[in-house]
Design a protein around this ligand. Structure first.
Ligand code: ADP
Length: 424
C-alpha cells in the first residue's frame, strides 16, 4: 500500500483500552458471583449491560474518525470505513488522493505517484499543485464541503491536461464533521492533442485550397477586365486556371481518401491479394508519368506472394510510393520496385528505391504527417498535395504493418514494407 504516514493515527490504543476494561468487568463479575452467588442473575445482567454500553460509546466515539495510517509505518488501520475508502482509492486507475479537511494528503494511490510524485508525512496538497486556479478550486471545495470540477494544465516536465474532480467523502451517518475529500485527476492530454491536430488539419486544408482559389479568382477578374480582348493572354490564363482546378481536385480527392481510410481503420482487410499483380497494375498506370519525367521503372518480382489485404488500398500505397520515386528520383535513372519473399519469417518485403537527392534524417520521421513536405515549392511543382505518404501510413496501419525509410542525402531513398504471407 502506498500510505502517506500521517498524523491521523489516533487510536490503536483505544482497542487496547477496551480490552483492559473488558477484563476488569469480567473479573468483577466472577468475584461478585463468588461473594454473593444468590444474586448471580443480577450480576450477569449488569455484566451484559456494561459490555453493551462500552461498545455503544466506543463506536459512537470513533464514528466519524477515519484513521488512515500509522506513523510508525505498520498497517494498523482503526476505522473499517477508512480502510475501505483507502482500498477503493487504491483500486482507481487514475491519479487520486484522500485529503483531510485542511488539504493534507492522507492517502495517495499508485497512479498519482507515477503522475505527480510522492508526498510525505501528511504534506499539504498545495506543495505539489501550486497553480492558483487549482488551489482555489480545492480550497473552495474544502471550505464549502461540496463537490467541484475544473481543469489543470502542467507545462513541465511535459504539456499535460487533466480534468480535476474533488468531492467530500460522507461517512455512514452523513455528518459533515471531520470530513475527508477525494481528489481525482483524469488525463485529457490525448484528447487535447487530437483536438489540436484536427484544428491544425482544417487550417492546413483551408490554406491549401485558398491558394489555388485566390489565383483562379485573380485570373478570372483579369480575363473579364483588362485582358478581355487579348486572345493570347486568355489562352495562357485559362491553361493556368485549368492547372489550379486540377490541383484542387487532387487535394479534395486525397482528403476524401484520407477520411474514407480513417473511417475503416478499425476493420481488418480480409481479401487474399497477389502483390505481384498489384504492382504490375500500378507500374502500368504510372508508365506515362515515368516516361514524361525520364525515369525507368524496373520490377523485380517474386513467386507466390499472396497477402491478406484490401486491393484498392494497396494499389493506392504503391501508386503513391512509385509516383513519388518518379517525381523525386533522378532524371535518366532507374526506379527499382522489388518483392522479396522471406521464408524464415513467412513474410514478404516490398520496396521502392530511387536514386534522387534522398531525404535527410531530420525529415524522415515527419514526412508521413499530413501536409508535411521537405520542399513545398518542389512538391507543388511536381503536383504534390503533401497527403500521399499520410494516406500510405493510414492504409498500412489498417494492414497492421508500417512504412520503413532508408535514405541519406544524395544517396536516393528506399521505402520498405513487410507484409505477412497469407499462404504460410
Ligand atoms: P507530396 O504530395 O508532396 O509528394 P507526400 O506525402 O507523398 O507528399 O510526400 C511528402 C514529402 O516527402 C514530399 O513533399 C517530399 O518532400 C518527401 N518525399 C517523398 N518521397 C520522396 C522521395 N522518394 N525522395 C525524396 N523525398 C521524398
Amino acid at each position: 500500500m502506498t500510505d502517506i504516514k500521517s498524523k491521523y493515527n489516533l487510536s490503536p490504543p483505544e482497542q487496547g483500552n477496551s480490552g483492559i476494561v473488558l477484563v476488569i468487568i469480567f473479573t468483577l463479575f466472577i468475584i461478585a458471583c463468588f461473594i454473593a452467588p444468590q444474586h448471580i442473575w443480577f450480576f450477569f445482567a449488569a455484566f451484559i449491560i456494561a459490555i453493551g454500553s462500552m461498545y455503544y460509546f466506543n463506536s459512537a466515539k470513533s464514528g466519524n474518525k477515519a484513521n488512515f495510517a500509522n506513523p510508525r509505518g505498520n498497517e494498523t488501520i482503526v476505522s473499517k470505513e477508512a480502510l475501505s475508502q483507502q482500498r477503493l482509492v487504491e483500486a482507481l486507475q487514475f491519479p487520486a488522493y484522500i485529503l483531510d479537511s485542511a488539504g493534507g494528503v492522507v492517502f495517495a494511490n499508485k497512479p498519482s505517484i507515477a503522475a505527480f510524485g510522492k508526498f510525505t508525512n501528511g504534506d499539504k496538497v498545495f506543495i505539489r499543485f501550486r497553480q492558483p486556479e487549482l488551489r482555489k478550486l480545492i480550497e473552495k471545495a474544502l471550505s464549502s464541503k461540496s463537490s467541484l470540477t475544473g481543469e489543470y494544465n502542467e507545462a513541465r516536465p511535459a504539456d499535460r491536461w487533466f480534468a480535476v474532480e474533488i468531492a467530500p467523502i460522507f461517512n455512514k451517518k452523513g455528518t459533515k464533521r471531520n470530513l475527508f475529500f477525494l481528489l481525482g485527476f483524469h488525463d485529457l492530454t490525448e484528447a487535447k492533442r487530437t483536438d489540436q491536430m484536427r484544428s491544425d488539419f482544417i487550417a492546413n486544408a483551408s490554406h491549401e485550397l485558398r491558394t489555388p482559389l485566390a489565383s483562379l479568382k485573380g485570373y478570372l477578374e483579369t480575363i473579364k477586365g483588362p485582358a478581355r480582348k487579348d486572345e493570347k493572354a486568355i489562352q495562357k490564363f485559362t491553361d493556368v486556371m485549368l492547372d489550379q482546378a486540377k490541383r484542387m481536385t487532387r487535394l479534395v480527392n486525397d482528403l476524401l481518401s484520407l477520411s474514407r481510410i480513417e473511417m475503416q481503420s478499425h476493420v481488418r482487410p480480409s481479401e487474399i491479394i497477389n502483390l505481384n499483380e498489384v504492382i504490375i497494375n500500378v507500374i502500368d498506370s504510372v508508365e506515362g508519368l515515368a516516361k514524361h519525367l525520364d525515369v525507368r521503372i524496373v520490377f523485380e518480382a517474386s513467386k507466390a506472394v499472396n497477402i491478406i489485404g484490401d486491393r484498392d488500398e494497396l494499389l493506392q500505397v504503391f501508386e503513391n510510393l512509385i509516383e513519388n520515386a518518379c517525381k523525386y528520383g533522378e532524371e535518366g535513372k532507374e526506379i527499382i520496385v522489388a518483392l522479396e519473399r522471406d521464408d524464415t519469417t513467412k513474410s514478404v518485403i516490398a520496396s521502392v528505391k530511387d536514386f534522387g537527392p534522398g531525404i535527410a534524417l531530420e525529415h524522415q520521421h515527419r514526412i508521413t504527417e499530413r501536409f508535411y513536405r521537405v520542399d513545398i515549392a518542389r512538391s507543388r511543382e511536381k503536383q504534390g498535395t503533401g497527403l500521399g505518404l499520410a494516406i500510405v501510413k493510414h492504409i498500412l496501419n489498417r494492414h497492421t504493418t508500417r512504412l520503413e525509410i532508408q535514405s541519406a542525402p544524395d544517396e536516393g531513398a528506399k521505402f520498405l514494407i513487410r507484409f505477412p504471407l497469407a499462404d504460410k
